[in-house]
Every structure is written in structure tokens, then in C-alpha cells.
Write a protein that binds this ligand. Structure first.
Ligand SMILES: Cc1ncc(COP(=O)(O)O)c(C=O)c1O
Length: 334
């Protein structure tokens, strides 16, 4: 079987060399009998912060972090802008927080929110917040412009980093342009804990709110959160996975550079200094062997919003993903 065929076989982004360490950590959880709110949640958060350059709060899913930040901002009866080219999780988080979603078009070049359409929609709808989604594992090409506009116009910027583990742009990490960034650790993500999520932010007050939000507001009950805690078994997975992250992402980058780029010139081309985490390898040619689309349908269509988002429609019809699954046993450097 060729390397390309092997890399096309689905694997969870996990290195089996980490099993022994993980089993030792799980044994420790059994012996200390602390199955939740223990040392591994703290260690996962601190390792993530070391990489992400901001403080972190672990949750049981992306949704926990998303609901925490939207409730903190208080988007009830307010408009939140959102790209239509995303997973339904993004607009649904706004609706569940009592907000109103207005969709924004994306760029064909990066599949992420278009600054031009964002500015038009921001002027039209006076939003309280905006979700930017870093689709596919690279960073939104317009993030710098959107971030400056948000600062000037006092709009909260939240980054949906569900795909963006291991990405950076000139050393700057996802989630650090905005007021908060939220990652998903769902089973198929580049870095996974099966289920899980982590929020990063520079705002101390928001971080304090998140610790309470994930734990029913304990102990003052001035925050109306629910249970979004991560179990210690899951957090131990987060610890080994975060330690392995640079290796996983470097492996994916080497494979992309040495095996895919020469075959797929009609692909997303990253600007100078940008490193993708390669959750997806996205091209604009129909492929025989593909893992399909990032999203087959846009959110504005699913939700029946009668607006015209031509680039989003174009993206849905014209992109495909080349399989790129982590197989550490294969040598992909040249
Ligand atoms: C863009 C995006 N946002 C949010 C989520 C939701 O993440 P979770 O399943 O951890 O709640 C996903 C999950 O696939 C996603 O792709």
C-alpha cells in the first residue's frame, strides 16, 4: 500500500506511544479517587496556555465554552454576526444564549468570514458580538482587519477555534485576536479528547466567570451556569495530546508539503508566516478520493434565512478535502 493510501485511512489524531503514559495517569486517578476537578484538568489548562499564550478553561465540549462567553457578554436580544459557512454549532450557540443571528459571507480564498461583508453587516445590524470561524485549521485571512474594526467599534470578537489546533500566523495563535477563542476536542479533531473543549482569553473577569459557569455558578451562584466540567480521565488525554500537538501538526505539515502540494495547485494558499493545523486539506478541484466537503450545506440555507451570500454558495459547490490522517509510523519528511 502506498503512503498516500495509508494516510487516506481514517485515524484518530492520537499517538499510540502515549498509551502507557496515559494508563499511568489513569491509574493515578483511580488511586487518588479524584475523578473530576483534579490535577489533570489544571495540567491540561496550563499546557494549553503555554502553547496558546493565554489563560485557558477546560469544558466538557466546545458548546460549554461558547455558552460561557456568550452569557458573559450577554447577547440576549442582541445581534451576533456569524459566517454561514460553518457548523450549525456556531449559530445555535447564539440562539441558545437568546441572541439573534445575522449571517456574513465568506472569502473564496480561505473559506472564512469576509471583512468586506462583515463591515457591511456590522454597519447595518449594529451587532454586540461576532463569531469568526477559522475553517479547516488555518487562520482567517481577514482576522487582523476584523479585529481592528471590532476594537474601534466596541464589538466583542469571539473566535471559533474548533478546527484550529496548532495553527499560527507569524507566531500569533488562534483565539488571541479576539476577546476569547473556543476549541473543540471532539473525536475527529486534530487534537482530541473524545469529547471536550477549551476556552482561551486575555480577560481575567471572563475567565473567572467561566470557572463558575462550568460548575453551576459555585460558590456564589451569581453566574447561572450548568455542568460543563471535564472529567479527569478526559483531561489526562488532553495532557498527553497537548504535549504531542506540535509533533502531530508538524507531521501533517510535512505530509502536505512533500506529498500533496505538488499535486494540488488549485488549493487554499496560505499567506506568508501562516501555519495550518491541517484539520482539513482543502482544494477547489473535484476529487475521486476525497473525504467530502468541510460542510455540505450553509447555515443560512439550513435556517431558512433569505439572504444572498454568493461566495458561501460558491464554496459549498466548489471545495473538497483530501484525506490527511495522522499516521506517526510513516516517514513523511524528505
Ligand atoms: C466550527 C465548529 N464549531 C463548533 C463545533 C462544536 O464542537 P463540539 O462538538 O465540541 O461541541 C464544531 C464541531 O465539529 C465545529 O466544527
Amino acid at each position: 500500500m502506498s503512503i498516500e493510501e495509508k494516510v487516506s485511512q481514517f485515524t484518530i489524531g492520537f499517538d499510540h506511544r502515549d498509551k502507557e503514559k496515559l494508563h499511568q495517569m489513569w491509574d493515578k486517578i483511580f488511586s487518588t479517587q479524584q475523578w473530576s476537578e483534579g490535577i489533570y484538568t489544571k495540567e491540561f489548562e496550563s499546557l494549553w496556555s503555554e502553547w496558546n499564550d493565554e489563560d485557558s478553561v477546560a469544558f466538557s465540549s466546545w458548546a460549554g465554552g461558547a455558552m460561557a462567553v456568550l452569557n458573559y457578554i450577554d447577547v440576549k436580544n442582541e445581534t451576533v454576526l456569524c459566517p454561514s459557512n460553518t457548523f450549525m454549532a456556531t449559530p445555535l450557540s447564539v440562539i441558545n444564549a437568546g441572541g439573534h443571528v445575522e449571517f456574513v459571507d465568506s472569502n473564496r480564498e480561505d473559506l472564512c468570514m469576509s471583512f468586506e461583508d462583515f463591515r457591511v453587516k456590522a454597519e447595518k445590524h449594529s451587532p454586540k458580538a461576532v463569531w469568526v470561524v477559522h475553517i479547516g485549521g488555518h487562520i482567517s485571512f481577514d482576522i487582523e482587519k476584523i479585529s481592528s474594526y471590532c476594537k474601534e467599534n466596541k464589538i466583542w470578537l469571539i473566535e471559533d477555534c474548533a478546527h484550529a489546533h496548532g495553527a499560527e500566523w507569524n507566531g500569533k495563535k488562534p483565539g488571541t485576536w479576539g476577546d476569547a477563542g473556543v476549541y473543540s476536542m471532539y473525536a475527529t479533531k486534530t487534537i482530541s479528547t473524545g469529547e471536550g473543549g477549551i476556552l482561551v482569553s486575555k480577560h481575567k473577569e471572563l475567565l473567572d466567570y467561566c470557572y463558575k459557569f462550568r460548575n453551576y455558578g459555585k460558590f456564589e451562584y451569581d453566574v447561572e451556569g450548568l455542568n460543563y466540567r471535564m472529567s479527569e480521565f478526559t483531561a489526562a488525554l488532553g495532557v498527553v495530546q497537548t504535549r504531542r500537538m506540535s509533533e502531530i501538526v508538524d507531521w501533517k505539515n510535512s505530509y502536505a508539503e512533500n506529498f500533496l502540494d505538488s499535486k494540488h495547485s488549485n488549493r487554499i494558499i496560505f499567506p506568508d508566516g501562516m501555519k495550518s493545523g491541517y484539520y482539513k486539506y482543502i482544494v477547489f478541484d473535484k476529487l475521486e478520493k476525497s473525504t467530502g466537503k468541510v460542510y455540505d450545506e450553509s447555515c443560512h440555507k439550513i435556517m431558512g434565512h433569505e439572504i444572498d451570500l454568493p461566495n458561501t454558495d460558491w464554496i459549498v459547490s466548489n471545495h473538497w478535502c483530501v484525506p490527511l490522517y495522522y499516521h506517526p509510523e510513516l516517514e513523511v519528511k524528505k
